[in-house]
Design a protein. Structure first.
Length: 744
């Protein structure tokens, strides 16, 4: 394929690909040409394809510019031979290769300036004419080198196959019209006759039909008249057939006696009456085969070797045993005494073809005899002393092969066993469940393989997880664990044996060392962890407990005993010696001591998610993507640029930045504070920290249709490859274009 054709294919593929893929946020519009219209950067009067049509009309421009950096390109431009898709139809330089041979017309406008000589067609009307084409005998310059029918005399003998006197073999310089005929088995002079030359080699002197040129090894007369390639070899010490061998192949069957060849009877005194059968020759032993084995003219004579009155030809099935012949009485000895092809007939009580003396261990059961196939009946059918192997429960699942166990090497496969997501017929019913089949051959099945589920963990008892469908397009099973803070579920990895990814919703609380140890081991072992919720990362701050809100404003704290009142005996007053009053700065600013509030240190959690805690983050809701190259912002569910900004459901942005020294990346942030942190652990696992999620609202499509895609991208990456070759979560097994990453 020519370089031009390859280049055209690449450009066409590139143009087609421009219409596919994830939606990208258009770059900021810049007025590059200075004409005052930023929607038309190249000044050709056309809007780029990604500009809204109404906006384009308002700017008094036409739609259809597929390259707004080149004023030679728009939908109404004429195509020019310049390696550019001038008219935006997805094709490059169409119309300049009329004969479709992959080479552009050298006379086309601009073609000579933009294409090398080896890609210019000197005749764009004939596909058999272009640079590099094989020269044909057609009075055309097929290879565009300026010469017609050049190089067609391959052997250099002065004749071509297309001449009036045509060379009949243009690869042999000794063969051409009127060449001298040679004794070589070739038509040298191209007269359609082989070896018709003049001379003694072309003359049949002994008149036996062969010339020396045709292989006659003795053309003398009269001795050579019986020596030529057509003669039969005889017993005469002469190479009769001119094959270079003397008296060969006289004994074809190798029984030591030659066949009826010329002079062999005189030479050896006998000849083989059938030289194709080594069992037949003079003096050979006679067999009962309806053949004259000894060449004496008689067939099957003298074959009653045991003198019982029967030969093998007459039905004696044991010609060397006088007690076995067609007239002998049948005995119970495991033999066919009367040669009727039935052993011990009359002694077989159950009709199974075997008597007790021949090995039948139960002569009243026709299904039991020596060598019988074992049946699923608990009996020793084959008389080997034990029931069949297929009647034994080898794997201990209480089912044998006879009971329908389809795999005696697997205790989890038996009739009625629960189906697992493993593309194996676990219940031995001969069929796979629909969700374990890959009908559309896209590499995904519908169910979730073992250990690949997504565990949803909530520190409290709210049910927000049940209402959030953000993870549904992944197609993986989800397992819910509520009230994790009280149940310590995060301290034991065994609680997540069925999962690959843990999505944990938490708040401002200390995590225990046991929780830290388990989650650290989980991630280092290749698992995925998503940590979300407000106030999760803290730097020894105070948070309100259930005992009051700790302010002295009117109406906030009642005067009931023990609450947080302003009475003389209260625990939150304005005296100089108060322990949490309004006269001193808050604890995290150097004053106060939390008192009735909960003091939280997020150090362990910060270490887990690879974060550094600093001062409070800005209290705003606008969060910008700060890194568009992570699996969070670039994945099958969408790609996001650094210009993408989303609105959080809460203004509370935690005091955390990503610790890049330990592979943590700040994905989204307000100012210098992290909103989202992505961490790729060197041992194989992943951590995603997502601050906020007021009532998990950040993940709800109704809140912001783009935000859930960030989480789907992250969890998809964490779960990729789980289950080995089994990829679960196919949302439509009848459509190969729909699978996790493309499902809606």
């Amino acid at each position: 394929m020519s370089g031009t054709w390859i280049r055209l294919l690449l450009i066409m593929s590139l143009a087609a690909a421009m219409g596919c893929g994830p939606t990208r946020t258009p770059p900021p519009v810049v007025d590059d040409n200075g004409d005052g219209n930023p929607l038309d950067q190249d000044g050709d009067g056309y809007c780029p394809d990604d500009v809204d049509e109404d906006e384009c009309e308002n700017a008094d421009l036409e739609m259809g510019d597929c390259d707004d950096t080149d004023d030679r390109v728009h939908s109404d431009h004429d195509e020019v031979c310049d390696l550019v898709d001038n008219n935006c139809d997805g094709f490059v330089d169409e119309g300049f290769d009329a004969d479709g041979d992959g080479y552009v017309n050298e006379l086309g406008e601009g073609c000579i300036s933009n294409y090398p000589p080896e890609e210019l067609d000197c005749n764009d009307q004939l596909p058999a004419v272009h640079p590099g084409h094989e020269e044909l005998c057609d009075e055309l310059d097929n290879d565009c080198n300026g010469a017609v029918d050049d190089g067609l005399d391959v052997d250099g003998d002065g004749f071509r196959v297309c001449d009036l006197l045509a060379d009949c073999d243009d690869e042999d310089a000794s063969t051409y019209p009127n060449a001298p005929e040679l004794c070589d088995g070739i038509d040298n002079n191209c007269n359609l006759v082989i070896d018709d030359g003049i001379g003694i080699d072309f003359t049949d002197q002994d008149a036996d039909g062969f010339t020396p040129c045709e292989g006659d090894c003795d053309d003398s007369f009269p001795d050579g008249a019986t020596v030529n390639p057509g003669e039969i070899e005889g017993c005469d010490d002469i190479d009769n057939d001119c094959d270079g061998l003397i008296d060969e192949d006289l004994d074809i069957d190798g029984d030591g006696v030659p066949g009826p060849h010329p002079n062999c009877l005189l030479e050896y005194g006998a000849v083989d009456c059938d030289d194709n059968d080594p069992t037949i020759y003079p003096g050979g032993p006679e067999f009962c085969d309806n053949e004259d084995n000894d060449c004496d003219g008689l067939i099957d004579e003298n074959l009653d070797f045991d003198n019982d009155g029967f030969t093998a030809c007459e039905g004696d099935c044991q010609p060397l045993d006088v007690n076995i012949n067609p007239n002998a009485p049948e005995l119970c000895d495991g033999l066919d005494n009367d040669c009727n092809l039935i052993v011990d007939d009359g002694w077989d009580n159950d009709g199974d073809g075997q008597s007790t003396c021949a090995g039948d261990c139960n002569d009243i059961d026709p299904l039991t005899y020596l060598g019988a196939p074992e049946l699923c009946d608990g009996l020793d059918n084959d008389c080997d002393g034990s029931a069949g192997a297929n009647e034994t429960d080898v794997d201990g699942d209480t089912f044998s092969e006879c009971d329908g166990d389809c795999d005696e090497g697997d205790v989890e496969r038996y009739p009625g066993a629960p189906e697992q997501c493993n593309t194996i017929d676990d219940d031995c019913d001969g069929a796979l469940p629909a969700n374990e089949q890959d009908d559309d051959l896209d590499g995904y099945i519908g169910c979730t393989p073992a250990g690949c589920a997504i565990s949803l963990v909530d520190d409290g008892e709210d049910t927000d997880f049940a209402a959030v469908g953000v993870l549904d397009p992944l197609g993986m099973d989800t397992l819910l664990n509520q009230d994790a803070a009280a149940s310590a579920v995060l301290e034991d990895a065994a609680n997540f044996d069925d999962s690959q990814v843990i999505v944990w919703h938490t708040g401002a609380r200390d995590i225990t060392q046991a929780e830290y140890d388990m989650l650290e081991a989980w991630v280092n072992g290749g698992g995925g962890l998503v940590v979300t919720g407000p106030d999760a990362l803290s730097n020894t701050e105070c948070y309100d407990s259930d005992l009051g809100d700790d302010d002295d404003s009117a109406g906030d704290d009642d005067d009931s005993a023990g609450d947080d009142d302003d009475s003389a005996t209260g625990d939150d007053d304005d005296s100089a010696t108060g322990d949490d009053d309004d006269s001193a700065a808050p604890y995290w600013a150097g004053g106060g001591d939390c008192d009735d509030e909960v003091e939280v240190d997020g150090g362990l959690l910060a270490d887990l998610v690879r974060s550094l805690t600093v001062d409070d983050g800005p209290q705003v809701t606008a969060c910008a993507i700060s890194d568009s190259s992570t699996p969070v912002t670039s994945g099958p569910y969408g790609s996001f640029t650094t210009a993408f900004t989303f609105t959080a459901s809460s203004e509370n942005h935690e005091n955390a930045v990503a610790d890049s020294a330990r592979n943590a990346t700040r994905v989204a942030a307000v100012g210098s504070r992290a909103k989202i942190i992505w961490t790729n652990v060197p041992f194989g696992g992943y951590i995603l920290y997502w601050n906020g999620n007021e009532a998990l609202g950040d993940w709800d499509d109704s809140f912001n249709s783009e935000l859930p895609k960030l989480l789907r991208n992250a969890v998809h990456t964490m779960n990729a490859g789980c289950g080995g070759s089994l990829q679960g979560g196919d949302c439509d097994d009848s459509d190969a274009t729909l699978f996790p990453g493309t499902c809606e």
